[in-house]
Design a protein around this ligand. Sequence first.
Ligand SMILES: Cc1cc2nc3c(=O)[nH]c(=O)nc-3n(C[C@H](O)[C@H](O)[C@H](O)COP(=O)(O)OP(=O)(O)OC[C@H]3O[C@@H](n4cnc5c(N)ncnc54)[C@H](O)[C@@H]3O)c2cc1C
Ligand code: SF4
Ligand code: SF4
Length: 1017
Amino acid sequence: MAAATSTGSALQTYEQVAAASNEVAGLLAKRLKSETQGEVLFSAADKGRYATDASIYQVTPLGVFVPQHAEEVATAMAICRDLKVPIVPRGGGTSQCGQTTGVGLVIDHSKHVRNILNLDISAGTVEVQPGMVLDTLNASLKKHGLWFPVDVSTSAQATLGGMAGNNSCGSRSIAYGNMVHNVLSAKAWLSNGELLDFSQFENSSGRAKQIGEFVKHLAIHHQAELQTRWPKVLRRVAGYNLDIFDNQNVRPYTHDGKVNLSHLLVGSEGTLAMTQSLTLKLSELPTSKVLGVVNFNSFHKAMDSAQHIVKLGNGTLTAVELVDRTMIDLSLKIPAFASTIRTAIIGEPEAILLVEFAGHDKGKLKAELKQLVALMGDMGLPNSVVEMVDDAPQKNLWEVRKAGLNIMMSLKGDGKPVSFIEDCAVPLEHLAEYTDALTQVFQKHGTKGTWYAHASVGTLHVRPILDMRRDGPHKMRAIAEEASVLVRKFKGAYSGEHGDGLCRGEWIEWQFGPALQQAFAQIKQHLDPLNLLSPNRMINPPKMDDTSLMRFGNNYKIIPIQTALDWSAWNVHNDAATEQTTLPGTGQDPAQGLAKAVEMCNNNGTCRKFDAGTMCPSFRVTRDEVHATRGRANTLRLALSGQLQGGLESPEVQEAMDLCVGCKGCKRDCPTGVDMARMKIEVQHHYNEKHGLQLKDTLISNLPRYAHIASQWPGLMNLRNQSPLLAKLAESLTGLSAERSWPKWKKDHFFNGPPVGVSSEEVLKASKPVVLFVDTFNGYFESENAWAAHDVLSAAGYQVHIASRTKQDTPGQHLCCGRTYLASGQVSKAKEHAKALLEVLLPFAQKDIAIVGLEPSCLLTLRDESLVMGLGEMAETVASKAALFEEFLAAENKLGKLDSLKAKLAPAQKPILVHGHCHQKAFGLMPSVTQVIQLIPQAKVDLIESSCCGMAGSFGYEASHLEVSKQMAEANLLPSIRNNKDACVVADGTSCRHQIMDGTKRNAIHVALLLAQHLPK
Ligand SMILES: Cc1cc2nc3c(=O)[nH]c(=O)nc-3n(C[C@H](O)[C@H](O)[C@H](O)COP(=O)(O)OP(=O)(O)OC[C@H]3O[C@@H](n4cnc5c(N)ncnc54)[C@H](O)[C@@H]3O)c2cc1C
Ligand code: SF4
Ligand code: SF4
């Protein structure tokens, strides 16, 4: 049989589309708009955002289509067929090999096409649409004691369609197999529009049967090659699954040996058919798990042991996962992970293996754990196993392991760990030899790699550090060539987990040989004769090191700009072999470090998750790529590198930044620490320079300046709140929503009330000194919080000094951190205010006196933005002593300094429900809030699992943001409060309290007030 698809014809499609893109794109967009209700995204920024995935590649598509429902996928396909435009199916876009990058129309299923279509509990099956995210599915299955067990590390953002596309594999594949072992059927469109049911071959009919017969014939024809060339490992995801008719996998695809045609589509990376729905086999959710952490003093020994460990468990062994020394060291440096990793290690191991047993009988599992201990003893490693029987420590350790790649990716500078040989799979008996040899290959090329992941199945993740702007592509080719020799020597699979895409397409023929490659081409031709579905990927692929397809390709250049904030910490070089970075500011970034900070985003898509943490509220509400941290980072990268006209000041950048609430969720939750809140300040600064300020920004930012005057006229100032007409008028003038009440001005407030606290001279000499920084909001609008903080601190025996201006300053003005200016990008004004504040606070900080604040966003400005506004050492000194009220008290309590306060506090009468301000969460300060509340006898505290409240300073007040703001609040926060009618609600953020009042008519209070309410009157 001859392959009908020739390199020439496929490339023709590719090039034709690229050349004729303007005309074709216009027609395509027009038809999509008129024939569907879906989103038709054809702007340069939209295309740029969808030009990448979690790989090193970038290929700009013709356009992007986000269908409203499944039928619109068929319509879009028909239009593409008419116009001969290739189609690139997409889920979460977390592929590591460039599978979702292509020149045609990208169809994003993740926003709307994501429902459960049919759940059959008794049969243990579920039919889902392709855009459904794995964690969402598993959350809904939990109550039935079921789960879909292909637990990829990206489970919070990977879609089932994408998982099937890549034949994804989870940490527990030794027990459950890969995606291919768990798909029961697929309904899918061929590129000619036919919708077929791909399921059991023996029951198939019509076109599906014909396809089956065709593939069967190929398998028979190539039987000899199939049997000799096919890797005999569990983890082989390259090429098409021709072996469905002649199983070569160590784990047969079906339990009864019958051929299932859906398995032909699994792993085909969207090149054969477009999935409409998948029927999946569910597994029982184990009720018990135990974990043995084996500590090794040699990496080689760890690798060599895996083959023996996998024989344990009598069917209960579910995972053997590696964490190496570098990963352990990196984890120890990350506050969120340090204590967890310490629970797992004995001394200073070179590697640990996480060995999990799961089932329903904890007693039996404990016995298996003892077998592990005994085995390690027999292997000369007595006392090497940390036994984890309780669930909590196990869960925590798995979180560290799951974050493995991300921990590694936090390296600053141009050298980055690059994915291209990171999932080669070798038989376990060769694992030690393979890893030793590959480590030497890395050394030879002046780099190194960190090893982790699936020791149970011989698939270890490793990414050598390469600088893709310089010699990276060249080294990548050389390392890949040498790695492939090792893979062949050990009879492994070159592509064992993350698929082929652009990175490994060319290696398919290397793996299987020309005859099988020819068979694959025939399969492609048979199913997609029009060559519409992701052409030039698995068949006729480009070279992996074609730099014209790379994100940081030959022409990638940063446009020089003068930044307002200091980004020099990112402006560094790193050494690939030692991972040492040069001094801040030495990285030669023409954007002074901003570009390198933006480029920290590696597109892994963690910001598309919906579970715990804060990141990213605007994506959670909209599900739009543009409104995810990743979408923003990509937009900024395009702007800074001249790929977006108008650069940082362009409307496209404004659009991407518009719904960023500056919550800093990404600063903490993004694995590589992309700090979009800070970037937004920088962007707004540049935008203002060009376009000037809007009235609302002037009004809000200057509030600290005019507050002392406004507060003298509360009647007048509050009129707007009482008159709907005035509110409407104000909305039309300022853009601030008439639906929102504005904070209420009071004539009598903290700043003009009776002086409290001790003088600056007294506090400097005091035995228990503390300085209280009262911000604009707590001072003018909610003075009771400031007084409460003073009372609580005094009751605890502290001499409290209220930070205030010296006489020479403008009289009547309080101190301000500059936050309101930062919110609208007015960095120089913010700096003025911050400087005045720092000058006042410095003498106390120099004397080691704590500076305590109430409003998280204000106080934490001292620990964040103040440090990058060019305020020098003064800012560092003050930052080192600045603490939130609750943070200070929690720390003091640990030192046993709050006994007198505790003795005074009356027992709690009500349950207490806490909502954390995003900045509190970003700085990891929520534990201190709950600890401080627990100073109150009998306090029963519950933390609301919420992201941003949606008010976020002035964001929720703006008419254009009102709906999004409410949706953010309704995601979790407000329903939790409504469901806890009797609870006292604590929220330390001014705007959070406002949002809670607006949405539930409940009065939330600051933790300082809560404590004060429990003091004797
Ligand atoms: C940090 C990190 C960790 C990872 N860990 C793992 C891991 O543990 N195990 C693992 O296997 N992978 C892992 N991956 C790779 C990736 O996350 C998985 O392959 C994931 O399943 C992809 O899902 P997605 O929704 O992002 O798919 P996408 O990347 O959007 O798409 C994947 C493929 O499916 C195709 N596709 C999507 N929808 C359809 C459809 N409707 N019809 C036809 N084809 C379609 C696409 O064209 C593409 O070829 C990891 C990636 C990262 C960045
Ligand atoms: S912003 Fe962070 S979390 Fe989101 S894709 Fe980029 S690196 Fe990942
Ligand atoms: S600051 Fe908040 S809203 Fe903005 S990108 Fe980061 S997580 Fe999203």
